[in-house]
Ligand binder design. Structure first.
Ligand SMILES: Cc1ncc(COP(=O)(O)O)c(C=O)c1O
Length: 347
């Protein structure tokens, strides 16, 4: 079996996360988040983000997203997001379900980043018209779905437009750590200091087993989240087993170490592929995900060799490669070598 670049979800969890679950598994604690582990998670996030935050642990990124959206969007509202966003394309209409019917409005924009000019128009469209869905919130993905990363200035531009229209801003941070490492800024700078009101803080793709956090910076948005989470089936009775994962993930900067590794492996992969005849980088990878295009025979060769990655879902020849905190350097080098070998043989 050769290296797989299918997703960062194919990696298991970090050893220290599993060890933390084992340790937290001893003895009894109060259920439903009324335990010391869960309280510690809130303290750790408060320190990490340098501000007072409300934290709601859930077990999937989809739950974090759709519960966040339901806290900021009424059933008659609309969520303005990129047309390639995960919430629009890959959550099986859970956002509509959890919000009680809100509409997701996809906006175009290069590299899967929302076009500010289009956002500005849509943020005000038909406001107050009783016949129309009301623009209610904005959601950005950081890392985006094509592997690009919003700069702090780009984020601020989006959030300023949203604020001016009175719309709260959600960030889908399923790959939050990868984006942060790419920008080299602080968690505060990439969130509330840039105008983000509520964050889906992803951990599962980058070392946790099943733990994600909704981190609320704008206090009023937290008001109903306890009930929304319970109603949505994500108030875990044995919350300490989620909390212990998050504690391990935040301890000794495991999140940063893991993301640095994943991003580093992607940089190596991208650099190697760049020079190979026939390979085109579609969107330069800034974090741990890359979309590129290859001749179909090269794709077939790599798959036959035993490498794994997604293809056939997009334009012909387009493939997606994702590295994780566990991707080995040798696996990356072997993949590049195989692609190069094929290109040279073909030539
Ligand atoms: C950008 C983005 N957001 C959210 C999610 C949802 O995560 P989960 O599969 O844990 O529900 C994913 C998962 O692939 C993702 O890529």
């Amino acid at each position: 079996m050769k290296e797989a670049f299918t997703s960062d979800n194919i990696a298991g969890a970090s050893d220290s996360v599993i060890a933390a679950i084992m340790a937290a598994n001893q003895g009894d604690t109060m259920p439903y988040g009324n335990d010391d582990y869960t309280a510690q998670v809130t303290r750790m996030f408060t320190e990490l983000f340098e501000c007072d935050v409300d934290v709601f642990l859930v077990s999937t990124g989809t739950a974090a997203n759709v519960l966040s959206l339901s806290a900021m969007t009424p059933p008659w509202g609309s969520v303005l997001c990129h047309s390639e966003s995960h919430i629009l394309n890959d959550e099986c209409s859970a956002p509509e379900f959890y919000t009680g019917g809100a509409r997701l409005v996809g906006i175009g924009g290069k590299d899967a980043k929302i076009d500010p000019i289009k956002l500005k128009t849509l943020a005000h469209q038909k406001k107050g018209d009783v016949h129309s869905c009301q623009p209610s919130s904005v959601s950005v993905s950081q890392v985006t779905e094509v592997g690009s990363v919003y700069t702090l200035q780009e984020l601020k531009t989006i959030t300023a437009i949203a604020k001016e229209a009175g719309l709260p801003v959600h960030m889908d941070g399923a790959r939050f750590a990868n984006a942060l490492v790419a920008l080299g800024c602080t968690p505060a700078e990439m969130t509330w200091k840039a105008g983000v009101d509520i964050l889906s803080f992803g951990a599962t793709k980058n070392g946790a087993m099943t733990a994600e956090a909704i981190v609320v910076f704008k206090k009023p948005l937290a008001k109903d989240l306890g009930h929304l989470r319970k109603r949505g089936g994500h108030l875990h009775s044995k919350m300490r087993l989620l909390a212990s994962q998050m504690i391990a993930y935040l301890t000794d900067e495991l999140w940063r170490i893991n993301a640095e590794h994943a991003n580093g492996m992607m940089a190596l992969l991208q650099d190697g592929l760049k020079g190979i005849p026939g390979v085109k980088i579609n969107t330069p990878a800034q974090a741990n995900m890359l979309f590129c295009t290859m001749p179909t025979p090269m794709i077939e060769y790599l798959l036959a060799e035993g490498y794994a990655f997604y293809t056939g879902r997009w334009a012909e020849g387009m493939i997606r490669l994702v590295t994780s905190f566990r991707t080995p350097k040798e696996g990356v080098e072997a993949f590049v070598e195989s692609a190069r070998y094929f290109a040279e043989q073909g030539a």
